[in-house]
Design a protein around this ligand. Sequence first.
Ligand code: FMN
Length: 157
Amino acid sequence: MTKHLLIIAHCPSPNTQMMADALLRGAQSIEADDLECTLKSPFVCDAEDVLNADAAILFTTENFGYMSGALKDFFERVYYPCLDQPKLNEAKPYALVIKAGLDGTGTDIAVHKITKGLNWKEVSQTLLCRGDFKEEFIQQCHELGQTIAASLDADII
Ligand SMILES: Cc1cc2nc3c(=O)[nH]c(=O)nc-3n(C[C@H](O)[C@H](O)[C@H](O)COP(=O)(O)O)c2cc1C
């Protein structure tokens, strides 16, 4: 049966678009016949997308010390519909990537409060890409996409 990895990424700038593309490219670099990787904006993701996904990567900028409005809007729309479907929602494997100008901790804390409420299972430490854009952010995103996809394919997560 085909497994689905959903990358939910808010990309308000060229740098963040490159990072999201690297997450997807990394995930797609895994040689797996039955793995489908999708990149979507949080604005167009709904609860059905989440419930149909076997794992998710969340990518947000930090704005005003918090997650992007786009990711918050996503959580507000999917939170109760996901809790209503425990068989498809419980222990959903996920990883979080934050792009922050200076900090990122407010976003890290806020997202974890919500994912704890959702009973999701974090499968990798937060990737916090902070400060001026660096090429290494692309490499880190590529590696994370690859790791999550490979772990999903191998039934490790
Ligand atoms: C309205 C606004 C608020 C922001 N607030 C924060 C913040 O509270 N903390 C932080 O670390 N960065 C903050 N930033 C910086 C963004 O995180 C940064 O612009 C984003 O990661 C995109 O990075 P880039 O400029 O490399 O594309 C803010 C940016 C904007 C536009």
